[in-house]
Design a protein around this ligand. Structure first.
Ligand SMILES: O=C[C@H](O)COP(=O)(O)O
Length: 241
């Protein structure tokens, strides 16, 4: 049985005060949320400790948005997996397209980060997805299969979440058709050795399209950017029908 995993990715948004304000509204909307879904907030490093303490004992899990592959060292600006674990983190997004595009993340460093996260006891959320140009050139499969082949070398697939995020759908309002997302996610699953890896869809997920997305048989959850920043909106997504 695959787990349903709904994660908010706050990216570089929300001070601690703003995060606490969000939680006030969000927590009260979870009273009737079915038990079958994992709810994660992937927040900026500066919010991690406060949120994990505030949410201790609640059903909301805390995630980070990146991790270094060494356990310590002279890596200015980086954070190691044991540090995240100590701060109460349970999940970490790795290889988001924004990290690949703006910070030189490669499939090789993605692989190192995934293995370091798992070694510390964190569950990685590996992001894969194609650009519009790659889609138009008929390179969806070859691109994503290559990301998976390189990113998952020696990775334990029993402790892993994958997010399929077509880059052209991120932050654009141009959601991938749910049937197409379902098709690509089925292809991703065909390349995995473990059958229970939850695979999320990400890219302009909103309250008004989450029900249709989650009705697709291959889609096990969502990685939500913009719509996770507002409590009512993210609660509606978590409470999909
Ligand atoms: O990690 C989340 C994705 O980048 C999706 O962002 P978005 O929901 O704002 O399109």
């Amino acid at each position: 049985m695959r787990k349903i995993v709904i994660a908010g990715n706050w990216k570089m948004y929300k001070t601690q005060a703003e995060a606490m304000e969000f939680l006030q509204g969000f927590k009260s909307e979870l009273d009737t949320t079915p038990d079958d879904r994992e709810i994660i907030l992937c927040v900026p490093f500066t919010d991690l400790d406060l949120l994990s303490k505030t949410l201790h004992g609640s059903r909301i899990q805390i995630g980070a948005q990146n991790v270094h592959w060494e356990t310590s060292g002279a890596y200015t600006g980086e954070v190691a997996a044991p540090m995240l674990l100590e701060a109460g983190v349970r999940y970490v997004i790795i290889g988001h397209s924004e990290r690949r595009q703006y910070f030189g993340e490669t499939d090789e460093t993605v692989n190192l980060r995934i293995k370091a996260a798992q070694k510390a006891g964190l569950t990685p959320i590996l992001c894969v997805g194609e650009t519009k140009q790659q889609r138009d050139a008929g390179e969806i499969e070859s691109h994503i299969f290559s990301q998976l082949a390189k990113g998952l070398v020696d990775v334990d697939q029993t402790s892993l979440v994958i997010a399929y995020e077509p880059i052209w759908a991120i932050g654009t309002g141009d959601t991938c058709a749910s049937t197409e997302a379902n098709r690509v996610i089925g292809l991703i699953r065909s390349k995995l050795t473990h059958s229970n890896v939850p695979i999320q869809y990400g890219g302009s997920v909103k309250p008004d399209n989450i029900d249709e997305i989650m009705a697709q048989p291959e889609i096990d959850g969502a990685l939500v950017g913009g719509a996770s920043l507002e409590a009512t909106s993210f609660a509606r997504i978590v409470n999909f029908q």
